[in-house]
Design a protein around this ligand. Structure first.
Ligand SMILES: [Zn+2]
Ligand SMILES: [Zn+2]
Length: 106
């Protein structure tokens, strides 16, 4: 069986299994083994025309953005083109933790 190593998101060292978590020896980062794959990085750029899915927000891609409400670092995002053609699209962000919504201009 092939061992598929996971790497520490903080320092890049290979994580080692320890009591149900993956553990970084260098910086003590711990990651639960059963972490759900909520990070979508490859498809993030292409899905700019994703429809707004109210009440079904789990399907939206996530990005690294700091929530102004709770300080969480992951948010769902969706792109909306404003009516004025000379305005740049607006990125709407929704905190994965507390659900707070805010917008960011690109
Ligand atoms: Zn580390
Ligand atoms: Zn939040």
């Amino acid at each position: 069986m092939a061992f598929n190593p996971e790497y520490c998101p903080k320092c890049g060292k290979v994580l080692v299994p320890k009591k149900g978590v993956l553990f970084c020896k260098r910086c003590n980062y711990e990651k639960p083994k059963t972490a759900n794959a909520s990070f979508i990085s490859k498809t993030e750029q292409k899905k700019s025309e994703m429809p707004i899915l109210e009440g079904n927000i789990q399907l939206l891609p996530t990005t690294n953005a700091k929530c102004p409400e709770c300080g969480n670092n992951v948010a769902y995002w969706e792109m909306k083109q404003t009516r004025a053609a000379d305005e740049s699209p607006t990125r709407f962000l929704t905190c994965t933790k507390c659900g707070f919504r805010w917008r960011r201009y690109e």
